[in-house]
Design a binder for this molecule. Structure first.
Ligand code: SAJ
Length: 413
């Protein structure tokens, strides 16, 4: 059965670009989001966040009527759920947004609807989602106990900043609760995806997403650990990594102020929660990366010594370069802690990709959003936290200013 209409629930960093790409391929897309501001921005053809190429892709599909947005779901041939799965206090997955999406969708489901969960899920969650649908719509269960809708998990794997390229070029994994669900999901993604689409069961697909992000997190933890060891030993970690990477089978990633975002900082915990006893390395990597912002703070404290009224400029708040996404950002953690450590100091936060500070920083009286041009006048410390384009060139600063470059951006200049 061809997919002609698609309802996408969750119009965030993944759901909105996915909607746009399907609409560009001729599928009529009904976008759904609980946030009315998101819906009204999209309805007027304006992207509610920063992502390369999004403006030029969104406006035409809205203007042509191929994509519309609303706060309530609509019945469609297929449904994609792309809502957040943060973690709870105990680091296990918070599936409440997925459950809420399922509840909102249940009334519009029809026999034969294909439901694809794109949200990152811990192993077993797609199966759990199916039980919620069964409870909400017992009329969609046949006399053999089989659901009359097809449910699959197809984790997104696009890299923020390259979403419109990777949505088309990446290989994708589709895990069905049944082989039929996997095949139907594969057929749907073949409308937009030029990479291989690999079929498996739902639990393996869930695990594969968690594993991919854990792999990267563990590798970054290795680089971050090296940065600490090198600091103790008086070795330039950037030079060391550059040299070691000349080995044909070595590819060390880059140290930084920590690991942020809604993926690497979260998904590995889903594996730890699923099997705490056997996931020691994955847990340790998370702990190493989570400890890095405090190490950066320690460096700043040491540089400032007895100065209790410093002016500190922090460059970058986003979790990585050239995006406006502040989720789980180590840079925000550094700024928050600095503000608390130096209540009589001044923290100038420079972030070219946002126009206002997030609430948790805005509520701190000694933190303000500053313009790059003026932010480095009369400072004691300048800390580079994110290697945004705007910061690539090292500014000329008086000798007394302490420069802490957590990304190694300025060392070669
Ligand atoms: N980072 C470093 N050093 C590095 C690379 C990254 O410190 O050498 C930091 C970044 O600054 C950032 C964090 O790691 O704080 C994560 O950035 P990222 O670019 O590694 O990844 P994300 O979170 O933007 O996207 C990841 C991707 N997963 C993998 O590369 C395995 C992406 O493909 C996934 O779709 C995405 O997670 C997701 O949504 O799960």
């Amino acid at each position: 059965m061809a997919i002609e209409t698609l309802c996408v629930v969750g119009l965030g960093y993944i759901g909105l670009p996915t909607s746009i790409v399907f609409a560009e391929k001729g599928v009529r897309v009904f976008g759904v989001d609980v946030n009315p501001d998101t819906v009204s921005a999209i309805s007027s053809g304006v992207a509610p966040f920063v992502e390369a190429e999004i403006a030029e892709h969104l406006a035409p599909v809205v203007a042509s009527g191929m994509m519309t947005a609303s706060t309530t779901p609509t019945s469609a041939d297929a449904i994609i759920i792309a809502v957040p799965t943060p973690f709870l206090e105990d680091k296990s997955a918070d599936l409440s947004y997925v459950q809420a999406a399922g509840e909102a969708l249940a009334p519009v489901l029809q026999s034969g609807t294909l439901i694809v969960l794109e949200s990152t899920l811990p192993p077993g969650a797609t199966e759990l989602f199916a039980t919620w649908i069964r409870e909400a719509r017992p009329d969609l269960v046949d006399e053999n106990g089989s659901l009359l809708v097809d449910i699959a998990h197809c984790p997104e794997r696009v890299l923020p900043g390259r979403v419109f390229i990777e949505l088309v070029t990446n290989d994708r994994i589709v895990g069905g609760l049944t082989p039929q669900a996997a095949t139907r999901a594969k057929d749907m993604y073949s409308l937009i995806c030029e990479g291989n689409i690999l079929e498996t069961d739902a639990k393996t697909a869930e695990m594969s997403k968690c594993v991919e992000n854990s792999f990267r997190d563990v590798n970054i933890a290795f680089a971050n650990e090296l940065s600490l060891v090198c600091d103790t030993l008086g070795i330039d970690v950037w030079e060391l990594i550059e040299l070691a990477n000349h080995h044909p089978r070595v590819n060390i990633l880059k140290p930084g102020p920590g690991v942020g975002g809604h993926c690497l900082a979260i998904d590995p915990w889903f594996i730890v929660a699923a099997d705490p006893e056997n996931s020691r390395l994955i847990r340790m990597a998370r702990e190493v990366n989570d400890a890095k912002p405090d190490w950066v703070i320690g460096k700043i404290q040491t540089a400032l010594g007895a100065n209790t009224t410093p002016v500190i400029t922090t460059l970058g708040l986003a979790f990585k370069p050239d995006i406006d996404d502040l989720r789980e950002s180590p840079a925000c953690k550094v700024v928050t802690k600095l503000a608390k450590l130096y209540p009589h100091g001044e923290i100038r936060a420079v972030e070219p990709n946002v126009t206002s500070l997030p609430v948790e920083l805005d509520s701190l009286p000694n933190v303000h959003l500053a313009d790059y041009a003026a932010a480095l006048d009369n400072v004691d410390v300048a800390v580079l936290l994110v290697d945004h384009q705007e910061f690539k060139k090292q500014p000329t600063l008086p000798n007394h200013v302490v420069v802490i470059d957590t990304r190694g951006t300025w060392r070669a200049q």
